[in-house]
Ligand binder design. Structure first.
Ligand code: ATP
Ligand code: MG
Length: 395
């Protein structure tokens, strides 16, 4: 038994659809997994027709393999993950390994065998393999039934040139595309509930997400800076975040509060945030900004105000949550593991010097007029020279 070679099969249907880009995507997913799986006993990762095979070290325990599979299922680009074994191309050996794989996938009441051969140099076709291995499994599991449609467990048999891979335990992955295949973006990351979810959704579409956080420091405590780093640590676990830029924003907000009409403060803060984010984007070669805004959720998130803030920059601004309700966002934040951190108390720089009646229908000409008294170009330069950069990935 000791010389059993445990493997994890990683399936990725979306990548399969991408034609000539496929190899680039597969290579990226391999690289991402290699970087993320350093805590697991990995030997190597291979590509075989339409799947990745993660080879685990000899003697790797079942529980470790299953835990590793669960981890992999949360990495962007992974559609499904299965645990199994490498086996020689011999029908008796394959039957034995199939029994073992199926036993590890218990409990189940029904199953089927789904065999594939990548090369016709193996003399037995897939239908025959299904029947023969199915017969072995029926004998070993007399209480279970064979079910072609929606069985509890599907035993996969993949015959390739020099080996066979057999697996039964499978779990769905989060899907999407591997981080790094869709270019870079700069995400405005508060310590609130929404923006970490927005960032994660972009990462799941393959974007490399850099983040910028504005704290009310020195006018408020710097608690939010630490919460944002805790949030980034969670995102980092599955390779979803790159460097985090932390800006002490309080003194600029104070300047705005002193020089501009109170009702425009929030819009002006947000326009300055966008300009700083765009300057960072220019520095690192990012192609878009991302926010966690959701239409109508708070006073500032009206169409008129969104127009006013977008007009501050020429980059596209993505809002992955614009049509998502709060409850759904909360659910996603809980799944992601950032919700608890986001509900911890920290002063929010947006509420610093909050006017009694913030403008909800900002007019661009009025906003630009008010802004013209500020020396924002000089501020942005200063902000960039003083910004604190926390490096991710940490691994
Ligand atoms: P969140 O939960 O993401 O903070 P919110 O519902 O509190 O969102 P706002 O505070 O109006 O809404 O912020 C809208 C978006 O602006 C945020 O999702 C985030 O992208 C960005 N933003 C707000 N405050 C900050 C900040 N202090 N630093 C960086 N980005 C911010
Ligand atoms: Mg907020």
């Amino acid at each position: 038994m000791e010389d059993l070679q445990r493997v994890i099969l990683v399936h990725y249907h979306e990548i399969g659809l991408k034609g000539h880009n496929r190899s680039k995507f597969e290579k990226r997913l391999v690289r991402n997994l290699e970087a993320l799986l350093t805590d697991y006993p990995l030997v190597t990762i291979h590509r075989i027709s339409g799947r990745l095979i993660v080879f685990l070290k000899e003697g790797c325990e079942k529980d470790v393999a299953f835990e590793c599979a669960r981890f992999i299922s949360r990495v962007p680009g992974v559609a499904r993950v299965s645990c199994g074994f490498k086996c020689e191309r011999d029908m008796d050996a394959m039957g034995g390994i199939a029994k073992l794989a199926l036993a590890e996938a218990a409990p189940f009441e029904s199953f089927k065998v789904s065999a594939r051969r990548a090369h016709t140099d193996f003399p037995i076709d897939s239908m025959q393999m299904n029947r023969d291995i199915g017969a072995v499994l029926c004998e070993a599991n007399p209480d279970a039934s064979v079910k072609m449609k929606n069985p509890d467990v599907t035993v996969g048999v993949e015959v390739v040139q020099n080996a066979v891979y057999i697996y039964a335990f499978s779990i769905p992955g989060i899907g999407g595309l591997p981080v790094g295949v869709s270019g870079k973006v700069v995400c405005l990351l508060s310590s609130g509930i929404d923006s970490p979810v927005a960032l994660w959704r972009m990462a799941r579409r393959g974007a490399r997400c850099f983040a910028v956080h504005f704290s009310g420091s020195p006018e408020t405590s710097d608690t939010s800076e630490y919460l944002v780093q805790d949030i980034a640590d969670v995102l980092d676990e599955y390779g979803c975040i790159s460097d985090v830029y932390i800006v002490s924003f309080g003194e600029y907000q104070k300047e705005i509060a002193l020089s501009c009409p109170p009702e425009l403060r929030v819009i002006l803060y947000r326009r300055l945030m966008f300009k700083v984010a765009a300057a960072i984007a220019a520095r690192i070669g990012a192609g878009a900004l991302v926010t966690g805004e959701s239409l109508g959720q708070v006073a500032s998130q009206t169409l008129a105000n969104i127009q006013c803030t977008d007009a501050a920059v020429s980059l596209p601004v993505f809002r992955p949550l614009i049509g998502t309700g709060k409850q759904e966002i909360i659910y996603e934040a809980q799944e992601l593991g950032t919700f608890k951190i986001s509900t911890e108390d920290a002063p929010d720089c947006c509420t610093l010097f909050m006017p009694r009646n913030p403008e909800t229908h900002g007019k661009l000409s009025v906003v630009e007029e008010a802004e013209s008294v500020l020396d924002e170009d000089e501020w942005i330069e200063r902000i960039l020279s003083e910004v604190r950069i926390v490096k991710y990935p940490k691994r």
